[in-house]
Design a protein around this ligand. Structure first.
Ligand SMILES: CC(C)(COP(=O)(O)OP(=O)(O)OC[C@H]1O[C@@H](n2cnc3c(N)ncnc32)[C@H](O)[C@@H]1OP(=O)(O)O)[C@@H](O)C(=O)NCCC(=O)NCCS
Length: 267
């Protein structure tokens, strides 16, 4: 099991869970199982994901071993889990504290389960990776091919109906809402999915299609269909998407969830 000294996020999660268990005794057993009786954030997340992803053909006990083999031994994934929790707490006004995304936010769950699937995919254990993708998709309504490469500091808000293809790459500090597709056009094989730069924010329902690059710090409006490269620090929207409104105020709109598109085009 992973144990970290000075794990302030895990200490906060435990304090929040103890308070919630006092305030809502009906949830005390649940909070004890998932948080208060666990030894670390990895132990907690592994237990939670295994209980959600178990099925009649793969038990929670077996899945826990599969998941903890990754969470317990991959410091880069342990760092990414914490960066993602911090991202939710900082950027999602609906989240009050670290325990809420850990316990209840399926976008966070799907990303962390994908990190496990991606580990097995890159270690040539494709059937296990694909089993995990299939269960993640069924349980969380988030379909990420296990080959897709995700950075850290990610917020998938709501996350229902998110689709991310095999050769997609998402860099750090990225935010998006539900019903986003990072998909292929259907016209290319091989490396066929979008590459999303650091700090990009994508609104609900946007479809980003093809092996195109969305530059660092760009924003994509809700409902857009993006078929061409988006320059860095540019706002695009529409079907097909074109530059619109104001440029993002900060370098990384994902960090502020900057959704003020304004009326004027400042270029
Ligand atoms: C395949 C696809 C991207 C483009 O098809 P295409 O016929 O080859 O079109 P082109 O890329 O040559 O574009 C032709 C024109 O139609 C526009 N266009 C293409 N797709 C469009 C769409 N979905 N909505 C509106 N306009 C679209 C293009 O901007 C272009 O306009 P222009 O000539 O003024 O520049 C599009 O039809 C599509 O959406 N396919 C489905 C892909 C999908 O669902 N992927 C998800 C996988 S998970």
């Amino acid at each position: 099991m992973a144990h970290r000294d000075d794990d302030t996020i895990w200490e906060s999660i435990r304090a929040e869970a103890a308070e919630d268990a006092r305030a809502e005794p009906k949830l005390a057993g649940f909070l004890n199982n998932i948080i208060l009786g666990r030894s670390s954030l990895e132990d907690s997340l592994g237990y939670l994901l295994a209980s959600k992803l178990e099925s009649p053909v793969l038990s929670a006990l077996t899945l826990r071993e599969v998941i903890m083999h990754v969470f317990g031994h991959e410091p880069s994934i342990q760092d990414a889990v914490r960066a993602d929790l911090q991202a939710v707490v900082t950027r999602d006004p609906a989240s009050r504290g670290y325990s809420q995304p850990l316990l209840y936010f399926k976008g966070f769950h799907a990303i962390q389960a994908h990190r496990v699937a991606h580990h097995y995919w890159t270690n040539d254990r494709h059937p296990l990776a694909l089993y995990l993708q299939s269960r993640i998709s069924e349980v969380f309504a988030v379909d990420i091919h296990p080959g897709a490469k995700l950075g850290k500091g990610l917020l998938f808000d709501h996350a229902t109906s998110v689709v991310i293809g095999e050769t997609a790459v998402v860099e750090d500090d990225f935010s998006m809402l539900h019903e986003v597709t990072l998909g292929g056009t259907g016209k290319q094989g091989g490396d066929r999915h979008p590459k999303i730069g650091r700090g990009v924010m994508i609104g609900a329902g946007a479809k980003v299609l093809g092996n195109i690059r969305v530059g660092e710090g760009a924003r994509i409006g809700a409902g857009s269909v993006v078929l061409h490269d988006v320059p860095p620090h540019t706002t695009v929207a529409g079907v097909p998407a074109k530059p619109v409104g104001m440029q993002p105020k900060g370098a990384f709109p994902a960090l502020e969830m900057d959704q003020d598109f304004g009326a004027e085009h400042e270029s």
